[in-house]
Design a protein around this ligand. Structure first.
Ligand code: NAD
Length: 525
């Protein structure tokens, strides 16, 4: 039976000390010259001249490490090896592949605080969020291992005398995994191990900003027993290496998580079937969100405020599931918004390495500039409810609440991916749901209410991939809350759910007429 990996309990001093020790030891390595990552092809580190330096988002004067990016020649070599390795990996018994996933999970457990510390420094992810990211990565390995055990048993699909008909799955071939920076370990790991356990060979292209975490994960993939020509780690620029991988005719499948713009571009490119291809590429794409929380007049106000704050400002709103729109019943709107702004004042803005931080720096200076510009544009027509102060250096955007935002505002409609919340009032619950689903996205949503009729109405009409009732809109757990959206939030089945692995395989049916006239031994006549 599957059970979620427990989170570390940082109220215990020994857990706090363990993570602090991991952070200290990484900081020593950083002051001693920084960390290094290189592409891994056929389980060998490959030197390149294209160096990407990752700055600490809390203090960009500190270089966390340097990643040597893959070039096209190396990418080509990796694809050649992954193509050649397909049949061998496909023929490895699924029991062995399942066992490898469990080994990967075990190694991540052993290095749990190391991975958390690296995420805290490289991605600016606060303690608890970084710890939950490692737990989710472990969950993906354990859950997909169990799922593969279920799916590797051929199904008897006919019940007719004289006929044996079996339905089973085969892998697709070479799978390119392209991951985002906001769940640097969990998402890269989840997509990669799903592709591997189903028998595909995998090229992992991580987000530039979090190449160091992905590199450490990739080393662990080989250490756990994945053969040299079944996996490659290819850090690099999305538009260069990512686009090259997507277009290559040797690639059967692309598993992508990231922005709507890049996802749609990948879907377009993968739809072009070259004359060297004898198959249609499959794309699984998990994209953005513009998630709403509805609070009605019957809601528990304390709980709802806590839930909204957590959903909107945890990890500085840099989650696809983060709440960026709040719709409150008109009769309680003013009081609710006043209390929400008071609660927002208490949030600690600071470096992720400080265990008390909620509002951490955003991922890099480019994101900081983009979000600051969006806020500035909003400011011209919208009213601030609250704006958090920020430390003098670092890529910070304070927690920002806009009130009375009309649904026509670009801030109401576009994904911002930062700690920015837009609030509005609604006359009726039906109108609130209408506002919530009036979006090109359909990823997550939440409702705070103690009125059964409203909850039933929301279940039927608040159509998003993951709807949460009387709890925050973030924090999906593998197996318990299979995760993913529809509309422009993506195509594909939910990560951490019972249909996910099916996307990495093709079904086959073999039917035998068993009314045969005896057997022949091979070679006899
Ligand atoms: P992004 O789209 O900028 O980048 C994602 C990945 O795509 C990176 O590895 C990048 O290098 C690569 N890439 C960029 N251009 C490419 C191209 N032309 N061809 C191939 N690859 C290319 O996204 P991001 O900034 O890393 O992540 C934030 C986005 O991800 C947000 O929109 C967020 O909502 C979304 N996201 C969605 C989910 C989900 O489960 N639905 C989860 C996490 C993040």
């Amino acid at each position: 039976m599957f059970r979620n990996e427990p989170f570390s309990d940082f109220s215990s001093s020994s857990e706090r000390r363990a993570l602090q020790t991991a952070l200290d030891s990484l900081n020593d390595r950083i002051s001693g010259g920084g960390l290094t990552a290189r592409p891994l092809v056929q389980n060998k580190e490959c030197k390149t001249q294209n160096i990407f330096s990752r700055e600490n988002p809390a203090d960009p004067s500190i270089i966390i490490g340097r990643t040597e990016f893959a070039d096209i020649t190396l990418t080509d070599k990796a694809l050649q090896s992954l193509s050649a390795g397909q049949v061998e990996w496909r023929n490895v018994p699924s029991e062995r592949r399942v066992q490898i996933l469990r080994t990967i999970a075990g190694k991540m457990r052993e290095r749990r605080h190391f991975f958390s510390a690296l995420m805290i420094l490289e991605a600016g992810k606060p303690w608890k969020e970084a710890d939950a990211d490692v737990a989710e990565a472990i969950d993906f390995c354990e859950y997909y291992a169990l799922e593969m055990e279920r799916l590797s048993i051929p199904q008897q699909v006919s019940d007719v005398p004289g006929e044996d008909s079996q339905y089973f799955y085969q892998p697709r071939g070479v799978c390119v995994v392209i991951s985002p920076w906001n769940f640097p370990l969990a998402i890269a790991c989840g997509m990669a191990v799903a592709a591997l356990v189903t028998g595909n060979t995998v090229a992992l292209k991580p987000a530039e900003q979090t190449s160091l975490v992905a590199y450490e994960f990739s080393k662990l993939v080989y250490e756990s027993g994945v053969p040299d020509n079944a996996f490659a780690f290819l850090p690099g620029k999305g538009e260069e290496i990512g686009a090259y991988l997507v277009a290559d005719p040797r690639v059967h499948m692309i598993c992508f998580t990231g922005s709507k713009a890049v996802g749609l571009e990948i879907i377009r490119e993968a739809g072009k079937t070259s004359s060297q291809q004898s198959f249609v590429k499959k794309v699984v794409a998990e994209l953005g969100g513009k998630n709403a929380i509805i609070v009605d007049e019957s809601a528990d106000i304390d709980e709802s405020i806590k839930g909204v704050i957590h959903s909107a400002f945890g990890y500085s709103g840099q989650k696809c599931s983060a709440c960026s729109r709040l719709i409150v019943a008109k009769s309680i709107y003013q009081n609710f918004v006043d209390r929400l702004c008071e609660a927002a004042k208490d949030l600690i803005v600071g470096p992720a390495a400080d265990p008390g931080t909620t509002v951490c720096p955003v991922i890099d200076a480019e994101a900081q500039m983009r979000i600051a510009k969006t806020i500035q544009e909003g400011q011209a027509t919208l009213k601030f409810g609250f704006r958090g102060e920020v430390p003098p250096k670092g890529c910070y955007i304070g927690q920002t609440i806009f009130i009375d935002v009309p649904p026509s505002s670009p801030l109401w409609r576009n994904e911002i991916f930062g700690p920015v919340l837009c609030c509005t009032a609604s006359e009726t619950f039906e109108k609130a749901v209408e506002l919530a689903v009036d979006s090109e996205y359909a990823l997550t949503g939440a409702v705070y209410s103690r009125t059964p009729d409203n909850l039933e109405y929301a279940r039927r009409n608040f159509r998003v991939g993951n709807l949460y009732i009387n709890r925050p809109s973030t924090g999906a757990l593998v197996g318990r809350h299979p995760f993913g959206g529809f509309k422009l939030s993506g195509v594909g089945s939910k990560a951490g759910g019972p249909d996910y692995l099916l996307q990495f395989m093709e079904p086959r049916t073999v039917t035998e007429n068993t009314h045969r006239k005896g057997f022949m031994v091979k070679g006899s006549s």
